[in-house]
Write a protein that binds this ligand. Structure first.
Ligand code: SAH
Length: 246
């Protein structure tokens, strides 16, 4: 599905990230191989999840144009994505490169990480990404961000009950939250029942994938937000983690 040109762009991303990581300690994946599999391929696994499969990824010119071209070739124009807790730019940057017709925001509480991702975005000439530094509990109260996103991405942020409270306020009603997780999360799923009902987030599907070798299997959970988020949520910065909905 990924063209040769996009593969080359992902390799440029890997190399730019590794140069930043050597200075700043953004991630434990320090070798080209570890970064490729653990950051880039792991981020791109989302492209196989159902809502992404129907997006107009990176359309290549049709060699046999039909006499009656589809008047609406892109069924989902300009979806808005938020990567909550983007850290060193994952899954934000690999997905932004693959989905150039959609808009991405990367959010993180740590300025040095946001600055590093900003330098990477500039170095790679990526134009569909903007960045915001701050605590998500505070930014979720800002009308610029509250219920403004079609898809919220969360990788390695917190347990489900915490991350649903952080993520749900940003999602439009009918939008989705994607959570990257390991396979053994039965307890975490049980502990998230109250958060799911309080935040009207319904688990729609789980997508299992295999990164191969010693990386093994992982999954992406997809939650759909069914109703507006109560103004009670998120609670004050730090409270969702300190006192999770349970
Ligand atoms: N998503 C990245 C980084 C994971 S580390 C990856 O998978 O590689 C978790 C990141 O989330 C950290 O950079 C931390 O600063 C950020 N974070 C955690 N809680 C946050 C919050 N409430 N608001 C904003 N950023 C948060």
């Amino acid at each position: 599905m990924i063209t040769e040109e996009m593969h080359h762009r992902q390799q440029q991303l890997r190399d730019t990230f590794l140069a930043e990581n050597a200075k700043l300690n953004l991630s434990a994946f320090r070798t080209p191989e570890a970064c490729w599999t653990g950051n880039i391929l792991d981020s791109l696994a989302a492209l196989e999840v159902e809502p992404f499969r129907s997006l107009n990824l990176n359309p290549s010119p049709n060699p046999n144009p039909s006499p009656n071209p589809n008047p609406n070739p892109n069924p989902n124009p300009n979806l808005r994505f938020l990567d909550l807790g983007t850290g060193g730019g994952f899954p934000l940057l690999p997905l932004a490169l693959e989905l150039p017709h959609h808009t991405f925001v990367g959010m993180d509480a740590t300025q040095k990480k946001i600055s590093a991702v900003d330098r990477m975005v500039t170095a790679l000439g990526i134009t569909n990404v903007s960045l915001v530094c701050g605590r998500s509990e505070e930014l979720a109260r800002d009308s610029v961000h509250r219920e403004q996103y079609d898809i919220v991405l969360c990788r390695a942020i917190a347990e489900l009950n915490v991350l649903l409270e952080l993520a749900a306020p940003f999602v439009k009603v009918g939008g989705i939250i994607l959570c990257w997780k390991s396979l053994k999360i039965e307890q975490e799923l049980r502990d998230s029942l109250l958060a799911r009902s309080e935040l009207s987030c319904q688990m729609e599907q789980t997508f299992e994938y295999d990164l191969g070798g010693t990386w093994g299997k992982r999954q992406i959970l997809v939650f759909k937000k069914r109703a507006k988020t109560s103004n009670k949520y998120p609670r004050e910065a730090g409270i969702p983690k300190k006192n999770p909905l349970k």
